[in-house]
Design a protein. Structure first.
Length: 486
């Protein structure tokens, strides 16, 4: 046997399927439906890996986990939970769990995680891995909302990054919540007692960006009548969020690169380097690689920023989260003084058929509008349809909703028209044909893997690709977020 796995879950069906999967993989499996038996096994020194649900009849794993870590610091503990929210992932990380798996999960992924946990535990050979997490305090509200597979991937990456100072580059369309992610990295990380400072590169005149970032001395330029601190100084010992980094001028990019390389900067007009202790989180809705090819973004800066890449999915890729998001926004606007509303299930279904070009921000604005303008206590499908018709959607039917018979060709044509319009009277740079084909491949594979929950066998069948070809393309595009999908 490869090792012994202790499985605790009060759901007999879960215990059965997990036991079968792990047994087929060569592990000895011991099953229990309660926390007290699991605790007895752990204190007796039994088992090499623990796989446990959070909520059990006699105890909560998050209360038990610190005690388990204290008596068996080398024991990897994998947390399963149907309460698959952002805070569940954070609590699992803070309590010292090896990994967090939202239910339902891929059994192939589970066996892969168990194998890695066991291998790492044996390599460490009993070294003390006791949790460094502080006691969990109560948190009001949720910084991120959604239970979809796409959001679960985000939660798990964020949970691993909380106690790190690694630079994170968040890519995503406007309105997907990039600043919320940056704020969550700060508020739940080790720099939470320091300041969180955000600057939007697209909202500042280009000739003032360096002064805004690094500050300036008196007399540095016309109008500089006194010394002024920059965002780096304001964010000292905290987090600096550089939003829309793709709009940063080349001169400012060069100065930012120096900061990342040497950990120091100079104010505009200054002569003395200033040491800085700031975590950088950057975000963009642009393709930085394309900007590099056009000579508009420094390649060396890109690699300095892209230490931990994070892609925020557009709302159309996580439509199953709309119910949670709507309820979240209804509660939020009620707390701001608007009347309480209840949304009918049929209205939610209508929202789930909409394209949401403005993403989560558009959905929030819709809920605010519905709460403010309509006296009815219930939000009906007719109200939602009227409001969506009044806005601008994607490739839509006359009712403003996604047409069920829209072809891929029509969707591509619509988006390409928007792409050409974005250049105004100019034309895109040469090589568009090959560039479009290459850029379509990645989102196509991503969407298919998301739909199959990372199962590469099923994804290959849907795409009509050989399984090895799919694996090669996943590697080429760096889609490591999908694990163990066979």
């Amino acid at each position: 046997m490869k090792g012994t796995v202790l499985v605790a879950d009060d759901d007999a069906a879960i215990r059965t399927v997990v036991s079968q999967a792990l047994s087929r993989a060569g592990y000895d499996v011991r099953l229990t439906s309660n926390a007290s038996t699991l605790w007895r096994w752990v204190t007796a020194g039994d088992g090499d890996v623990v796989v446990s649900d959070v909520v059990m009849p006699d105890d909560n794993l998050f209360d038990l986990l610190p005690r388990m870590r204290k008596v068996r610091p080398e024991l990897p503990i994998i947390v399963m939970s149907a309460q698959n929210t952002f805070m569940t992932a954070i609590r699992a990380s803070e309590k010292g769990a090896y990994e967090y798996l939202p239910k339902p999960f891929d059994l192939v992924e589970l066996t892969g995680i168990v194998g890695r946990a066991l291998a790492e535990s044996r390599r460490k050979n009993g070294d003390d891995q006791a949790s460094k997490a502080a006691a969990q305090k109560d948190h009001e509200g949720m910084p991120l909302v959604g239970r979809s597979a796409a959001m679960q991937d985000i939660y798990r990456v964020l949970a691993r990054m909380m106690q790190s100072d690694l630079t994170v580059l968040i890519n995503g369309e406007s309105g997907t919540g990039k600043e919320l992610v940056a704020s969550a990295l700060h508020e739940y990380g080790k720099r939470k007692n320091g300041p969180f400072v955000a600057i939007n590169m697209a909202a500042i005149p280009r000739d003032l960006i360096e002064s805004e970032l690094f500050g300036h001395e008196k007399g540095a330029f016309t109008g500089a009548q006194a010394r002024s601190s920059g965002r780096f100084e304001q964010a000292e010992n905290g987090t600096l969020f550089l939003d829309e980094i793709g709009d940063m001028p080349m001169d400012a990019q060069t100065r930012l690169l120096r900061v990342l390389q040497q950990g120091e900067y100079m104010t505009v007009g200054g002569r003395t380097p200033i040491k800085t202790n700031v975590r950088i989180v950057a975000a963009t809705n642009k393709d930085l690689r394309s900007l590099i090819n056009q000579g508009l973004f420094r390649e060396d800066l890109y690699y300095r920023l892209n230490v931990v890449p994070l892609r925020m999915p557009p709302l159309r890729e996580r439509l199953e989260d709309i119910g949670d998001l709507v309820n979240h926004f209804l509660t939020k606007v009620q707390g701001e003084g608007l009347e309480a509303k209840r949304i009918l299930p049929e209205a939610l279904q209508l929202m789930s058929r909409y394209h949401w070009p403005g993403n989560v921000r558009e959905l929030e604005n819709l809920i605010r509008r519905l709460s403010a303008l309509y006296p009815q206590e219930e939000i009906t499908p007719e109200i939602v349809a009227a409001e969506l018709d009044a806005g601008e959607g994607g490739e839509q039917s006359p009712s403003g909703l996604l047409a069920g018979d829209v072809t891929i060709s029509q969707a591509v044509e619509h988006n390409m028209q928007d792409y050409f319009r974005s250049f105004g009277e100019n034309l895109p740079p040469p090589g568009l044909y090959q560039r479009v084909l290459a850029e379509l491949e990645q989102p196509l594979i991503l969407a298919t893997l998301a739909a199959t929950r990372g199962n590469q066998i099923r994804a290959a069948e849907v795409l009509g690709l050989n399984r090895n070809t799919l694996r090669k393309k996943i590697k080429e595009h760096g889609l490591s977020v999908f694990k163990g999908g066979a």
